[in-house]
Design a protein around this ligand. Structure first.
Ligand code: PML
Length: 269
């Protein structure tokens, strides 16, 4: 793993309507590719204007040179097959409907939590809490749940809907191309793998995610073992969200983690 010595520009887009989040995306551009800023900026604006969540009444586009070094890491392995069978568990889980897919998801999370000594009852509680949060939707970022069962993102913040936004992140062009070439995946998969790889590198035990896009029903569980892509993790029309499970952290380590999730620049290849 290397810290990149090159200099980058960060381009960030955020769009909303009546303060409700519609879409957000970002790119990192090498300084020597400064002539591409216009093109990438227009791609981001076009993405904001063509989102099924609605037409924005507000679009913010921020272009800034990054002063911190960028951490370059490989993406976590993608665990998915076109037959929609959940693997690595003793049982096969057909991801043919929400019930089966969520059972697969539960099994993945439970196996990981057990590695950290979490008992069955607490495992069930943690997973139920995670699903409750993502099914309720409406959060601007991810919730953070400690493996002891407490909710950490609101411990020092009264705004329950805020959550933690993973920012300052992009994917290398080769990775984008590799995923685009594979017709099992979508554009959303690219951003999701980048986010998952960054959060796992920062020590998150597991991430659970469903899209807040009502027509996108594929979600995932990410752990250091991989990005477990899960079809039908919710029904069409349902909302979504992200949850990060972490080991017990003191206030200082939690603040550091949140700062890194939001601000430490990563390029995923
Ligand atoms: C995928 O693997 O296709 C991505 C699933 C999660 C998408 C999350 C989002 O874009 O909101």
């Amino acid at each position: 793993k290397e810290e990149d010595e090159q200099e980058y520009y960060s381009l960030k887009m955020r769009a909303s309507n009546e303060k409700k989040h519609i879409s957000g995306a970002e790119r990192l551009l090498k300084v020597e590719k400064v002539e591409n800023i216009e093109e990438v900026a227009s791609e981001l604006v076009s993405r904001a204007l063509n989102h099924e969540n609605g037409i924005p009444d507000f679009i913010s586009l921020k272009v800034e040179k990054i002063n911190q070094k960028i951490k370059k890491i490989p993406h976590i392995p993608i665990v998915y097959n076109k037959d929609n069978i959940g693997i690595i568990c003793e049982k096969n889980y057909e991801m043919s409907n929400k019930t089966n897919s969520r059972n697969y998801c539960r099994e993945l999370l439970k196996n990981k939590f057990k590695e950290f000594g979490v008992n069955d009852v607490l495992c069930e509680f943690l997973i139920k809490l995670g699903f409750e949060i993502i099914d309720e939707g409406g959060m601007r970022g991810a919730a953070i749940i400690s493996l002891d069962g407490s909710r950490l993102d609101i411990a020092f913040n009264d705004d329950v809907d805020k959550g933690v936004r993973v920012k300052n992140i992009d994917t290398d062009d080769n990775l984008k191309e590799k995923i685009r070439k594979n017709d099992l995946y979508t554009e959303r998969t690219i951003d999701a793998i980048a986010i998952a790889s960054k959060v796992i590198d920062l020590g998150i035990v597991a991430e659970l995610c469903t899209s807040d896009n009502p027509s996108y029903t594929t979600g995932y569980v990410a752990t250091e073992d991989g990005y477990f892509r899960i079809k039908n993790l919710k029904e069409l029309g349902e909302t979504g969200g992200r949850v990060f499970y972490v080991t017990n952290l003191n206030e200082q380590s939690l603040k550091e983690l949140i700062d890194n999730l939001e601000n430490k620049p990563y390029l995923i290849y």
